[in-house]
Design a protein around this ligand. Structure first.
Ligand code: DX5
Ligand code: ZN
Length: 228
């Protein structure tokens, strides 16, 4: 059985001094999404980039969707800025928003596709009243803030539960909702992660730490295709 597989290299592990070139390289290497991590040194203990940089890299992405992962608090003020900067998906952590339903609606009204992000200890209960309005569910397999951390194994069981919920919603509404996993994804564990139910895979250090981006993305795709 061949599985849906979207590879989303995370720019967090790219060479920021050559960011445009790095974006062109991963797109040429077959990236399906460009994962863009936004950190504010408040919601997470690290600081990265904002809408200006998103806008600057967009022409280099050649139409490949930009998958903005907001690790900021508060969320709402910055959402329209990312819409203007060319984001396709905008995901946020429910703990970082006072009004989760309002933030989801704001992302949609701004012209982007909303996603909700679950930290390793965040229960999937947050999906109870949000899933019909989401285009993306993102499960963190590490605590957010840094690249290069180890995959937390309980994410596999959580992915299976999220898969069940998404399949039920799809049977009800016919809508496609992506199930993305972020953190510690490597060539040697991606097959198990796909088997657990993920269809979209963020990989930062595994891609940018490799000499050959294309070969690494191809190896990941082959592992997912081999998942039965
Ligand atoms: C962590 C970020 C991830 C990070 C993943 O907070 O959300 O996207 O870049 O990096 P790796 O793939 O190295 O775990
Ligand atoms: Zn991320």
């Amino acid at each position: 059985m061949s599985r849906t597989c979207r590879i989303a290299p995370s720019l967090l592990s790219a060479d920021f001094a050559r960011l445009g070139e790095e974006v062109r390289s991963i797109v040429a290497a077959g990236a399906d999404l460009v994962h863009f991590d936004v950190m504010d040194n408040h919601y997470v203990p690290n600081l990265t980039v904002g809408p200006l940089v998103c806008e600057a890299i967009r022409p280099h992405a050649s139409g490949v969707p930009i998958d903005v992962h907001l690790m900021v608090e508060p969320v709402d003020r910055i959402v329209p800025d990312f819409a203007k900067a060319g984001a396709t998906f905008v995901s946020f952590h429910p703990e970082a928003s006072r009004h989760v339903d309002r933030t989801i609606a704001l992302i949609r009204e701004s012209g982007c596709r909303p996603g909700l992000v679950f930290n390793p200890s965040t229960p999937l209960d947050w999906l109870d009243w949000t899933l019909p309005k989401l285009d993306l569910v993102l499960l963190m397999a590490v605590n957010p803030g840094f690249g290069g951390q180890a995959f937390i194994p309980h994410t596999l069981a959580k992915l299976a539960e999220a898969r069940r919920r998404i399949d039920a919603e799809r049977a009800r509404s016919g809508r496609e909702i992506l199930l993305e996993v972020d953190g510690g994804v490597k060539v040697d564990n991606i097959r198990a992660i796909a088997l657990a139910g993920a269809d979209t895979f963020v990989a930062g250090s595994a891609v940018f730490g490799a000499k050959d981006y294309r070969a690494t993305i191809a190896a990941m795709r082959a592992e997912v295709a081999a998942a039965v």
